[in-house]
Ligand binder design. Structure first.
Ligand code: SAH
Length: 361
């Protein structure tokens, strides 16, 4: 057992089996052994690669989207540009450069980042150079009373979920316990209380369902903020249309799937995002929800093909190959274009933002 597994086994021996939610939280954010707290996992040499790390075009287009939302809102001052789970800070750096390049003025935003990992906060500070940035532990900490323009790429998939297994008696929670000196999945002896599994349909014995109260809470918090203070949010992540009836909890290490319960803290844990569920939460808080639309469709309607062409004009043949491969990866169904979806939140009275309207041919 690695140190985190030993620590969790001790906790389980003392207090009993833990939920998948508690397990995911420990694996990702344990102060001494957590995946995000102790390392910088992104890039081709890391464990996985995200859209902003594939190409600068991603952050640039998202930055210009935020800027145009800000302009359409009447250029409020002050205004906040916020990112949840900024990783290495690449998206935000590309966004700010694009805004400042297009307007020839400093970006009109105070910058606020929601980041739990001290290691990644340090990396973000470095990537963003001398810019003034304020960090928060969670979305609740973002400033109140100021319109926030919020971006979250591959943030919700890292927020922990709970899992339930259908039994003849009803849904029971999947737990993590110790079997033969190893961490392993188990099923709670008790049927889950109704409040916890609200909305789960009946399913055949053995089926697994996922439910993410923490994601709902974050979504509710962002929605309340937009409804009250204005601004907007753009959330991008991978989904699974079968949710909530699916087991999408995954571990990824060196670009491959790994065992979810082996060597905790050493692989990335994530699960697909149920956009239907999130949209319902947001709708209840009085904001307008746009999408979900496929990432490929969204980026194309924001003009990614044109941006790629522009970059290619001053590029070497080798660079052109890289630019076109990145474009393909971001928009095509073989890459991330279909598996990743985008939803937008705006004021209920707001117009449909760019990217969510009619598809451009
Ligand atoms: N958006 C980045 C990184 C995605 S990885 C990109 O696209 O490259 C997930 C990010 O969310 C990391 O920065 C991680 O440290 C952060 N994170 C994960 N769980 C968090 C939580 N509960 N609270 C705050 N930040 C969290």
């Amino acid at each position: 057992m690695n140190p985190l597994a030993a620590h969790l086994a001790e906790r389980i021996a003392r207090d009993g089996p833990i939920t998948i939610e508690a397990y995911m939280t420990a694996c990702l954010l344990d102060p001494r052994h957590g995946y995000y707290t102790t390392r910088e996992p992104f890039g081709s040499t890391g464990d996985f690669i995200t859209a902003p790390e594939i190409s600068q075009m991603f952050g640039e287009l998202l930055g210009l989207w935020c800027w145009s939302q800000w302009a359409a809102a009447g250029q409020p001052q002050p205004a906040v540009l916020a990112e949840l789970g900024p990783g290495r800070g690449t998206l935000l750096a590309d966004a700010l450069r694009a805004i400042e390049g297009a307007t020839q003025k400093p970006a009109p935003f105070d910058l606020h980042l929601v980041e739990a990992s001290p290691t990644l906060r340090a990396k973000q500070r470095e990537t963003l150079g001398g810019r003034k940035v304020t960090w928060h532990d969670d979305a609740e900490g973002l400033p109140e009373g100021t319109p926030c323009f919020i971006l979250a790429n591959e943030f919700f998939d890292a927020l922990p979920i709970r899992q339930f297994v259908a039994t003849p008696q009803g849904w029971r929670e999947r737990l993590v316990t110790v079997t033969n000196d190893k961490l392993a999945a188990a099923i709670s002896p008790k049927v889950a209380p109704a409040g916890l599994i609200d909305g789960l349909p009946e399913a055949a014995t053995g089926r697994v369902a996922e439910h993410a109260p923490i994601r709902r809470d974050v979504m509710a918090s962002l929605s309340r903020r937009v409804a009250r203070d204005g601004g907007c949010a753009l959330i991008i992540d991978f989904d699974d249309p079968k949710l909530p009836l699916a087991d999408t909890f995954q571990a990824v290490r060196s670009h491959r799937y790994a065992d979810r319960f082996e060597e905790p803290g050493e692989s990335d844990l994530a699960s697909a995002v149920d956009f239907t569920d999130l949209a319902r939460v947001a709708g209840d808080k009085g904001v307008r929800v746009h999408g979900p639309v496929a990432q490929g469709t969204f980026l194309r309607s924001l003009g990614i093909d044109h941006r790629a062409e522009q970059l290619c004009r001053s590029a070497s043949p080798e660079q052109i190959k890289t630019i076109m491969a990145a474009l393909e990866r971001l928009v095509s169904a073989r890459g991330m274009g279909n598996d990743f979806k985008v939803i937008g939140l705006t004021l209920a009275s707001g117009p449909t933002p760019e990217g969510f309207g009619e598809q451009t041919p």
